[in-house]
Design a protein around this ligand. Structure first.
Ligand SMILES: C=C(C[SeH])C(=O)N1CCC[C@H]1C(=O)O
Ligand SMILES: [Zn+2]
Length: 597
């Protein structure tokens, strides 16, 4: 009798899964059409379609609830029923669902189309985030120009989004409650399937914070050397506009004048790519070739025909890089306004990592065509990029003819990696700690900006270039806040990608603990079929099992741990401790003198 029920349940859920896959295909095509051509008409089409799809999802959900699946024997079948037993935002009544969709697409369109006036020519007011403002932050060393650009962007993309954001919080929390969650913070954390996710994030930060503080102190000194102590104080937070990035989330653009051994040959990937006439297409082809060298799957025909890899000139699009699965086993795309820079070479690998994951799990039921947890999806491409960024790999593809590996070159290389990977962690942690407080109501709208900067000062040790008030709303000047994209996934990714990298380097024979000729920092898994097969086996699982099973399949570990990252950066940490001791630099930061609460 029970078998018969379970057999009938399996028939039902497989048919539902297929129907659900078709709805995802239609929904993603409409979303692509809107974000690849931002018009009111395409926005309406996308909203109408999602309304229609939500009705079909709701009918299916009513039927799914009738099954007594908790008692079934087959764990995979139970896992599918569990996923289809959560309706999502479609649980909202139509009018509220529409309002929620409009508030998010309104913020996202504002972010994507925001323009500011140039500091050097206040009649030129068509500067977009990509490529114009990004290039200013990558190249300018004029604190006044950086301050102007920072303030204007935060006004256009941040403050303007405050009302939509406040409504989005209200409605999204209502949807969370209709799905039996306390609030959206609870809902987002449920995707990680561990009871103490937030404690795990805090513990990881405890592990990494000492290393970050040493790096922060060193960089503050080098910035003070360059800009003077009236611009950069000796013991305070670092002004956020001097770090080479609008959000101070990666500091790679200030490497050239802050690196430990400036007389060592610099590995300037951007210049090398420009000298060698790289194009965006060549960057994607290079990445595809790396994945194929690991015996992973080549990008299919449709990928090359349907992707958008350069900013169009005839329309507005969402330029923030994204990878797309159209759930038909053939159509996978990337949309990216690619420029020929070292930073975008990493982003290309990041996005190609998403598509490789799609390709590896495309035989799974639709319910399992996701990352083992959201952090896994963000970690695939970055893990590959850790090999690509190694001097050994860059030499092998002729991008640089760097020095022989000596101690100082290695410290320069670890510094280059550290100002990208270590400094990102407190930024990522801040972004969702802030939003957890917003969704829980401990941060009310009248305190949004004050609490945002309190967290940024406390964790990142940065301060805004000018005073802030509650007329501002600086969090929304970051894409993921305006576009409703959860961010703890990147914090998780920047931790687990070092666990993945170390395991793959082990398998490839590129890394042997205690063997100085096989160091983690020099590891390049290029052409290692053994490493590629091990990675593929984990990726093929999709979200069919809880993520510790996937993590164990590749690394033998069943938890997120900072030990991979700390082992990778150990030589840099030792060097920074000695260097900050030598210069007598203050470690940590005293309270900011900027007013923002
Ligand atoms: C490249 C993407 C698309 Se999933 C991205 O948003 N990333 C990649 C690294 C961190 C985060 C960001 O840009 O803030
Ligand atoms: Zn990503």
């Amino acid at each position: 009798e029970l078998e018969a029920l379970e057999h009938e349940g399996r028939e039902y859920i497989l048919q539902l899964d297929k129907a659900s896959g078709l709805r995802k295909t239609r929904g993603n095509l409409a979303e692509w059409n809107y974000t690849a051509n931002i018009t009111k008409e395409n926005e309406e089409k996308w909203i109408q379609l999602r309304l229609e799809i939500s009705k079909q999802d709701k009918l299916a959900w009513e039927e799914t609830k009738m099954y007594k699946w908790q008692g079934f024997q087959d764990n995979s079948l139970k896992r599918m029923f569990k996923k289809y037993s959560e309706l999502g935002v479609a649980a909202l009544p139509d009018d509220k669902y529409k309002q929620l969709m409009r508030s998010v697409s309104g913020m996202e369109a504002n972010y994507a189309t925001s323009k500011i006036c140039s500091f050097k020519d206040n009649a030129k007011c068509d500067l977009a985030l990509e490529p114009d403002i990004t290039e200013i932050f990558a190249k300018s060393v004029d604190p006044e120009e950086l301050k102007h650009t920072w303030v204007e962007w935060h006004k256009a993309a941040g403050a303007k989004a405050r009302n939509n954001f406040t409504q989005y919080v209200q409605l999204y929390n209502e949807a969370a409650k209709l799905n039996d969650y306390k609030d959206v913070a609870d809902w987002w954390q449920a995707d990680y399937e561990v009871p103490n996710f937030e404690e795990q994030l805090a513990k990881l930060w405890d592990n990494v914070k000492p290393l970050y503080q040493q790096l922060h102190a060193y960089v503050r000194k080098r910035l003070r050397d360059k800009y003077g102590d009236h611009v950069v104080s000796a013991k305070g937070p670092i002004p956020a506009h001097l770090l080479g990035n609008m959000w101070a989330q990666t500091w790679n653009n200030i490497e050239s004048f802050t690196r430990p051994y400036p007389d060592k040959k610099e590995i300037d990937i951007t210049q090398a790519m420009k000298d060698q006439k790289y194009t965006p297409l060549k960057m994607f082809q290079m990445s595809d070739e790396f994945f194929r060298s690991l015996n992973l799957t080549a990008m299919p025909e449709k990928f090359w025909n349907n992707s958008i890899i350069e900013k169009p000139t005839d329309r507005e699009i969402v330029c923030h890089a994204s990878a797309w699965d159209f759930y038909d086993g053939e159509d996978f795309r990337i949309k990216m306004c690619t420029t020929v820079t070292g930073e975008h070479l990493r982003t290309v690998h990041h996005e190609m990592g998403h598509v490789q994951y799609y390709l590896q799990y495309k035989e799974q039921p639709f319910a399992f065509r996701e990352g083992a947890n959201p952090g896994f999806h963000e970690a695939v491409g970055d893990t590959i990029a850790l090999s690509v960024s190694s001097p050994k790999h860059l030499r092998s593809i002729g991008l640089v003819n760097g020095d022989a590996d000596d101690e100082q070159t290695e410290i320069n290389q670890l510094y280059k990696m550290g100002i990208d990977k270590i400094v990102f962690l407190p930024f990522a942690y801040t972004l969702d700690l802030f939003r957890y407080g917003v969704f829980r109501g401990t941060t009310p709208p009248e305190d949004y900006n004050c609490h945002f900067w309190r967290l940024r000062e406390a964790l990142q040790g940065v301060e805004p270039p000018v005073n802030r008030t509650e007329e501002d709303f600086d969090a929304a000047a970051k894409y993921h806040v305006s576009a409703n994209v959860e961010y703890a996934r990147y914090y998780v990714s920047f931790i687990i990608q070092f666990q993945f990298h170390r395991a793959l380097c082990n398998i490839a024979g590129e890394y042997v603990p205690e063997d100085v000729t096989r160091k983690l920092v020099d590891c390049d898994i290029y052409r290692s079929v053994a490493a590629g097969n091990a990675l593929a086996n984990m990726l093929k699982m999709g979200s069919s099992k809880p993520w510790p099973d996937a993590m164990e399949a590749l690394t033998g570990q069943r938890a997120m741990r900072a030990d991979g990252l700390l082992e990778y950066f150990r030589p840099l940490h030792d060097w920074l401790l000695a260097e900050n001791q030598r210069t007598g630099e203050h470690i940590g930061w005293e309270p900011s003198k900027i007013q923002y609460c």
